[in-house]
Design a protein around this ligand. Structure first.
Ligand SMILES: NC(=O)c1ccc[n+]([C@@H]2O[C@H](COP(=O)([O-])OP(=O)(O)OC[C@H]3O[C@@H](n4cnc5c(N)ncnc54)[C@H](O)[C@@H]3O)[C@@H](O)[C@H]2O)c1
Length: 296
């Protein structure tokens, strides 16, 4: 007996890394799982592993970045298991390049998979969940990179968009019984091997990528039937809420905003209160001015 007995779930990019862990945990909790991945061989290994443990899973190799792929993926779940109750948008790629050098192709390749893939798969799944009348759970995937990370305009921008889409869909889909949350996972994977902070490759301590799956299984289950519109950091031994951007320090000028009033008061109010910049959450470094580096 598991918390997902009788449910059908789709995991995009489930053939390796973090998505593989999602598939294993969902199946262990009783869900039938569509393991989607462009890499069919890796997806088949996950399906075999689930089968060996007595679970049910099928491979799907649709390209989730396309409308046809998203539609075919959801249809595969319905054809295989009779319905779709959960969608985990996990598939991802990176094409890092500093902003001034990034090409349209590099930008588009990442936006298509993360942002459009999440949009298209979620829309296809939610339409089906509404038609079924069963409700359901969508779990999106963001990253701390969406706070801003050197070389990741395409990736950070897509993850920020996914965070905002998560909040928006939670508002729109609750009336259909569909919950929408996101995780900001962690794990040592093919993708994390190329992780850069401040433009430099960083070697991170090993984190088992499978461990995000336990939390994803929880979010997909009725145990979390009151949880929607939330983003959680997950992985290793931790689940941590990611707070939404919100209005903070304010300046009020009696009589309304004027350029003179702003020039006179801005530094007094915000001179120690600007937000951190970038993924590492270092204190604001530019109070003395943003100036060209020497020799640039
Ligand atoms: N690894 C981390 O620490 C970390 C941190 C933050 C966020 N993430 C996010 O977690 C998710 C999984 O990352 P990962 O580290 O496991 O990466 P990974 O590269 O190991 O796995 C991603 C999988 O997605 C598949 N994929 C890519 N494009 C696809 C497409 N168009 N259609 C179908 N499948 C596709 C790939 O074939 C691959 O198997 C991504 O969304 C990533 O942005 C990872």
């Amino acid at each position: 007996m598991g918390i997902l007995d009788g449910r059908a779930a789709v995991v995009t990019g489930g053939g390796r890394g973090i998505g593989r862990g999602h598939c294993l945990h969902l199946a262990e909790q009783g869900a039938s799982v569509v393991v989607n991945d462009l890499d069919g061989d890796e997806a088949q290994k996950v399906v075999d592993e689930i089968g060996e443990k007595g679970g049910k899973a099928v491979v799907d190799t649709s390209n989730i970045a396309t409308r046809d792929g998203a539609r075919a993926l959801v249809q595969k779940c319905v054809d295989s298991f009779g319905a779709i109750h959960a969608l985990v948008n996990n598939a991802g790629n990176v094409k890092d390049r500093s902003f001034l050098k990034m090409s349209d192709e590099e930008f588009d390749a990442v936006v298509q998979v993360h942002m459009y893939g999440t949009f298209r798969c979620s829309q296809e799944a939610a339409l089906r969940m509404r038609e079924q009348g069963t409700g359901g759970s969508i779990v999106n995937t963001v990253s701390a990179a969406h706070y801003g990370n050197f070389g990741q305009t395409n990736y950070a921008g897509s993850k920020g968009a996914i965070a905002s889409m998560t909040y928006t869909w939670a508002v729109e889909l609750a009336r259909h019984g569909i919950r929408v949350n996101a995780i900001s996972p962690s794990g040592t994977t093919r993708m994390s091997a190329s992780a850069k902070v401040g433009g430099k490759v960083v070697e991170l301590p090993f984190i088992d990528p499978n461990q995000n799956g336990a939390f994803v299984a929880f979010l997909c289950s009725d145990e979390a039937d009151w949880v929607t519109g939330q983003i959680f950091g997950s992985g290793a031994d931790r689940v941590q809420i990611v707070s939404q951007p919100k209005y903070a320090t304010a300046m009020y000028l009696p009589g309304g905003l004027s350029v003179d009033g702003i020039v006179e008061n801005f530094k007094k109010v915000f001179g120690k209160n600007l937000e951190n910049v970038g993924l590492m959450k270092n204190p604001y470094p530019f109070y003395d001015g943003v100036k060209p580096a020497e020799g640039k």
